[in-house]
Each structure stands twice: as structure tokens, then as C-alpha cells.
Design a protein around this ligand. Structure first.
Ligand code: WT7
Length: 638
């Protein structure tokens, strides 16, 4: 058995879980022994949930890239670490063995060092899904620079906000990125952002689309030219930075209920241990298997389950540059057959979208290499689960429904594929070390089954969020203040009679549009920038493919007739301010919004109206102007 901590049976899971809860420090101590450290810890953990403080592997020193790369050079130097499938299936695939990836990362690390990037510096990475993205993030980690990856679909304004909040001094980007039939000029989006920020010293530009972007002399450098200039020998002999287990590894911005995304901070030691532990157990990875996670590395799923978890485990990880429906809706299945993929980890929205094409795109596809399927990002409905299991898994592959968050760093709730029981649309049981509880409005733990509650976590685990960058109080208030002594997830859930958990969705003002997390306040802020819009309120409505869509209630300056023009203008604004992922489905012009006497928008009422659930509006008599509700109900867009 090659992973000593891989759980093999349901009985063993129960035993291990019990042990992990009884003596968490002893449990994680044993697991962490299987990693490579410069210096071991003198204490496993220290947590104060009320202050939002937790530390893991206190006093330990390590470099995560030695665990991802160097450690495997003894027995896996020639094994493929990173397999890359290009956007265009006619273009050549790329394969990097562990020794090749190690060499590239060392050279890139040395190159960044030569240009003045130091431990603790914040480096923003804004790239498409190409191997250089993985090389760039690992190069940062190698020298102790903190990477902050910005999803390549975000707008210039999103870059501005993130660079500013992190006070980043370097950016790594591409000339452009290919995604399906489009090519997106990433460097020119960065240039637009740079008109509004001045903390950036240098920009490294990877050549991908050959779109000949503007290069500012003295500031912008071609990645390949600088890599070529770097001395290979000194790069390979340079030492990886010795990081404290609690030093920051990365920042990743995510949306919450306020208008401003938060920089979620993860640290080196705990994150590494948990990402690897969860990878090996949930997917039941076996040496030699090909693991394909379809997420973008700009999201936490890509960080933990394309890069850090698989590479720390010596796996072969496949990254895909393109989209599931290009050149046709059989693309994922072609990739599975072409690379003999064993584990496929994707999102419900992708599954639902591919389902709509029927069985045609599956003709001639074998899919026989698949052993394990995974789902992440939002609740998976039973219909999608069944289709995934039958059409893709050929009734032969367990499906791991994995619940977690950017803040949790790794999967917290999931069946272990083929090892613990699965149940369609249930995330089922916690991983070892995790204590999920459901709380009622008063903050009391709910013990009876089939009662919805707020999903909270009772203790800390190694990859729990450490802080929100630059503002610890914000972290405390957002996650640890609602219910004292607990981490509040923002999700609702209930248990069945066996204690299996089913997530019902967000209970806060966070939307999940095609699995992408967007705050209602962010969307409203963007809409309110329209010159003729006075105010707006947005809510999520069920959408058959995206999971949720945006329904906007808009108060407009004067009576207008051209609703579609307005919708185009609003979507254009959203695309500029957030990115093309934030499009509205429906816009309703209203003369006012339902507000409490203190001026708070009653979103609960708007949500019900948008869903057509008007019999359940509850008490509206306390509203500032109860008549407005009638008007809004009449004008509802079906
Ligand atoms: C939110 C976190 C974690 C990686 C991708 C999303 C929802 C995530 C599931 C699941 C039901 C899920 C939750 C959660 N979510 N996985 N298996 N079942 N809901 O990360 O963008 O930080 O979003 O995604 O609402 O809170 P994220």
C-alpha cells in the first residue's frame, strides 16, 4: 500500500474518525510524519475559535514544493507529473515528468529571485490554463513569495481590487488565452488595470496566443526570454526557501455578503497536509492513475486538486485549457479516452449542461478507464447525479460529492469513493478530523434528522482559513462571530436518519452562478453605476443549468420602454466590473424596493417574489411602504 494514511474500508473509516476526534493532535501528528520537513513541529495545534486563531505544526519548517517535486525525484523522476490538454485538440499535448517540472520550477524560481521577488512579496497571477501557470505558482512557493491567483475570466476592475488589497508588487500573466472559439487578450486587460494602480514593479508575460501585446520597456518582460537567460545550474542548486509552517502560502480572493471580495489566506504546513490527506482519501488515488480535475486553477478547487494535493501525492494530474463544449460537447469524453483518465472531478453545472446534448456526444466514447467520479461547487441534483453515474460512470464508478469552500482549503464532507456509502445528492459524512454540526436560529445544536440548520464546524482542521488578508477582524466577524466557538459556513444543511448530510445551499447573500461564487452586493454595486439607475437589489433564482441565475430589481430614473437595451447595458457593466460570469437572467423595473423602516432591503421578500412563491411572503406590514410589494408582484418577470 503506497499511502499509509489511505482509508480502505467503512469500518476503518469509523475507527479512524473516532481516533481523529478523540485525540486530533495525535492523529494529525502521525499523518504529518509522512511529509518532508526541514524541521518538525514542537506542538501540533493551537486554536482559539472565538478569536479566529489557529496554528498547525507550530515551529515546523518546510517548503511545499519539495513535497510536490523534489521528494518524488527518487522514485518517480520520469513519471508524468503534469499532463496538459490544449484548447485546440489538433495542437500537441504537453507532458512534464516530475524531473522536468522540478527543473522548470527551479529555473522560474531563480528567475523571479533575480528580478527581486522575495519571500513575503505578493505576486498576482492572471493566466489561462497552461503549464506555465503551475510553474509560476510553484516558483512563487519555492522562494516564499505569496501567490494570489486571479481567475482569467475576471475583469480589469477585479484585478485592480485584488492587486490593491494585497499590495502586490509583481504580476505574471500571458499575452492571451484560448478558451473555446475565443481568444482573450489577458495582457491588455492587465494594462487597463495598471492605469489604476501603481504598486507593480514588473510584469512577466508568458507567450501563448502570439497576439503581440504592448510591452512597457523597463516594466514588462517576456517570460521565455527571462527563463532562457537564467542559469540552469545555479537554479537547480539554489535552496528552496525554508518556510515556517504558518507562513502564508497563498491568498485567494472570494466573494462574501459585502461588496468587496476577501483575501482568504492559507499557510504552508497545514494546507499541504490537508490537501494531500483529503486527495488520497476522497478520490482513493492509486499510484499511476491519471487524475483529471476540470476546474480552473483560479479557483480553490484547482489549487488543491489540480496542483498541491495531487503533486504532493506523486500523482499524474491532467489540466485542460479549454471548455467542455468546444469544438463539441464530447470534449471531456474525448479527453478521458485520449489520456485514459481514471478520476474525473467536475462540477454539477458542467454535468447539467452536457446532459442537455443527450447521448450523441457520447457515441464512440469508451470511458472504460474511469474508476472514480467527483462533484464539487454546488449541490448536485438527483437527476444530474443519476446521469453522471449511468452515462459517464457506466454504473461502475462511485461518485464523491465533495462539499467544501475556499476558506476550508480542502474537502471537509464527502463519501470516500467506493469506501464509505454514497447517496445521491448527499455529501454524506465528514472527513477524519472534521466535526460538522447543524445549529438553529438560537445557536443550539440540532440533533433530530430532517431538520434544516446552519452548517457550522466545531473545531479547527489543518487547512482552515487563517485570516482575511490585511484584516483579521473581518475574518473573525464573517466566520467566527455568528455562533461563538464555531466556524459558520454560510450554508444550510440537514441530516438523514443515518446522519448523512445534505447541503441545501447558501443561507447568506452569496450566489452560486454555474458554481462561481458571487456576492449580491458586488452585483448591485456594479448595476448601480449605471447613470440612470437609482438603486437595485438582486436575488438568486433557480436555473436549470447554472444552478442559480441572477434576478435584478432595478429602480430607474424615468419611465423607459427599452428593457432589453437596459439589460444589455447592465450586463455590459457587470462584465466590466466583475467579469462575463456575472450576467443577469431577468431584470424587473420597479418604482421602489421593499425596505424596513431602518432602510434595509428585504431580500427575503424579493427572493420569494422572484421564485413565484407569493403565498409565503410573511409579514410585510412592518415595511416602510407595504404597497410596493403589490406592485412588484404584478410586474414579476416569468
Ligand atoms: C460554496 C463554496 C469548494 C470548491 C468550489 C467552491 C457550495 C461547494 C458543494 C457541494 C453543495 C457545495 C457551498 C459552499 N458547495 N461544494 N458538494 N454540495 N454545495 O468553492 O467558491 O468557495 O464556494 O460552494 O455553498 O459554501 P467556493
Amino acid at each position: 500500500m503506497s499511502y499509509p494514511f489511505q482509508i480502505q474500508s467503512y469500518d476503518q473509516y469509523k475507527e479512524v474518525y473516532f481516533k481523529s476526534i478523540n485525540d486530533p493532535d495525535q492523529f494529525w501528528d502521525e499523518i504529518a510524519q509522512h511529509f518532508s520537513w526541514h524541521q518538525k513541529w514542537n506542538q501540533v495545534s493551537e486554536t482559539d475559535m472565538e478569536r479566529a486563531d489557529s496554528k498547525w505544526f507550530i515551529g515546523a519548517k518546510l517548503n511545499i514544493t519539495e513535497n510536490c517535486l523534489d521528494r518524488h525525484l527518487i522514485d518517480k523522476a520520469d513519471q508524468i507529473a503534469l499532463l496538459w490538454e490544449p484548447n485546440d485538440p489538433k495542437e500537441a499535448i504537453r507532458k512534464l515528468s516530475y524531473s522536468e517540472l522540478h527543473e522548470q520550477v527551479c529555473i522560474a524560481a531563480q528567475m523571479l529571485r533575480n528580478h527581486g521577488v522575495k519571500k513575503g512579496d505578493r505576486v498576482c497571477i492572471y493566466m489561462g490554463m497552461i503549464p506555465e501557470l503551475v510553474i509560476a505558482m510553484l516558483a512563487c512557493a519555492r522562494i516564499g513569495a505569496i501567490h494570489s491567483i486571479i481567475f482569467g475570466g475576471f475583469s480589469a476592475q477585479s484585478i485592480v481590487d485584488r492587486v490593491f488589497d494585497a499590495q502586490a508588487t509583481f504580476i505574471i500573466t500571458c499575452d492571451g488565452a484560448f478558451r473555446g472559439g475565443k481568444d482573450i487578450q489577458l495582457k491588455s486587460i492587465v494594462d487597463e488595470a495598471l492605469e489604476r494602480i501603481d504598486s507593480i514593479n514588473k510584469i512577466f508575460v508568458v507567450q501563448r496566443t502570439n497576439c503581440k501585446p504592448h510591452m512597457e520597456p523597463g516594466r514588462d518582460l517576456w517570460w521565455h526570454e527571462e527563463m532562457d537567460k537564467t542559469d540552469r545550474y545555479s537554479a537547480l542548486s539554489a535552496k528552496a526557501e525554508s518556510m515556517d509552517a504558518e507562513d502564508m502560502l497563498f491568498i485567494l480572493y472570494t466573494s462574501g455578503s459585502t461588496g468587496k471580495p476577501k483575501g482568504v489566506v492559507h499557510t504552508c504546513g497545514g494546507y499541504m497536509v490537508y490537501a494531500s490527506y483529503s486527495f488520497v482519501n476522497v478520490f482513493q488515488y492509486k499510484p499511476g492513475q491519471i487524475h483529471f480535475c476540470t476546474a480552473d486553477i483560479g479557483w480553490i478547487t484547482g489549487h488543491s486538486y489540480i496542483v498541491y494535493g495531487p503533486l504532493c501525492s506523486g500523482a499524474t494530474t491532467l489540466m485542460f485549457e479549454g471548455i467542455p463544449t468546444w469544438p463539441d460537447a464530447g470534449r471531456f469524453w474525448d479527453i478521458v479516452d485520449r489520456h485514459q483518465v481514471n478520476i474525473l472531478y467536475t462540477a454539477p453545472t458542467a454535468i447539467r449542461s452536457l446532459m442537455t446534448f443527450g447521448s450523441e456526444p457520447l457515441k464512440g466514447k469508451s470511458l472504460a478507464s474511469l474508476k472514480v467520479l467527483g462533484s464539487v461547487g454546488e449541490p448536485i441534483n438527483e437527476e444530474a447525479w443519476e446521469w453522471y453515474s449511468k452515462e459517464i460512470g457506466k454504473n461502475n464508478c462511485p461518485i464523491a460529492d465533495t462539499w467544501w469552500q475556499t476558506e476550508t482549503g480542502g474537502i471537509l464532507l464527502s463519501n470516500l469513493a467506493g469506501v464509505t456509502p454514497q447517496k445521491a445528492s448527499y455529501a454524506t459524512l465528514p472527513l477524519p478530523g472534521i466535526i460538522p454540526v447543524l445549529l438553529n436560529e438560537k445557536g443550539e445544536e440540532i440533533s433530530s434528522p430532517h431538520v434544516n440548520g446552519y452548517l457550522c464546524l466545531k473545531n479547527s482542521w489543518p487547512s482552515m482559513i487563517r485570516t482575511t488578508y490585511g484584516n483579521h477582524e473581518r475574518c473573525r466577524l464573517t466566520y467566527f462571530d455568528q455562533y461563538k466557538g464555531y466556524y459558520f459556513t454560510g450554508d444550510g444543511a440537514f441530516k438523514d436518519e443515518n446522519g448523512f448530510l445534505r447541503i441545501s445551499g447558501r443561507v447568506d447573500d452569496v450566489l452560486k452562478i454555474s458554481g462561481h461564487r458571487i456576492g449580491t452586493a458586488e452585483v448591485e454595486n456594479a448595476i448601480n453605476q449605471h447613470p440612470n439607475i437609482i438603486e437595485s437589489a438582486v436575488v438568486g433564482i433557480p436555473h436549470s443549468i447554472k444552478g442559480q441565475g441572477i434576478y435584478a430589481f432595478v429602480v430607474h430614473e424615468q419611465e423607459i420602454s427599452g428593457k432589453t437595451i437596459l439589460q444589455d447595458e447592465i450586463n455590459e457593466l457587470l462584465s466590466e466590473q466583475i467579469g462575463p460570469i456575472a450576467k443577469t437572467e431577468k431584470i424587473q423595473l420597479v418604482s421602489g424596493l421593499p425596505k424596513t423602516r431602518s432602510g434595509k432591503i428585504m431580500r427575503r421578500i424579493l427572493r420569494k417574489i422572484a421564485e413565484g412563491d407569493i403565498d409565503q411572503l410573511g409579514d410585510t406590514s412592518t415595511l416602510l411602504d407595504p404597497n410596493i410589494v403589490e406592485e412588484i408582484i404584478k410586474g414579476r418577470i416569468h
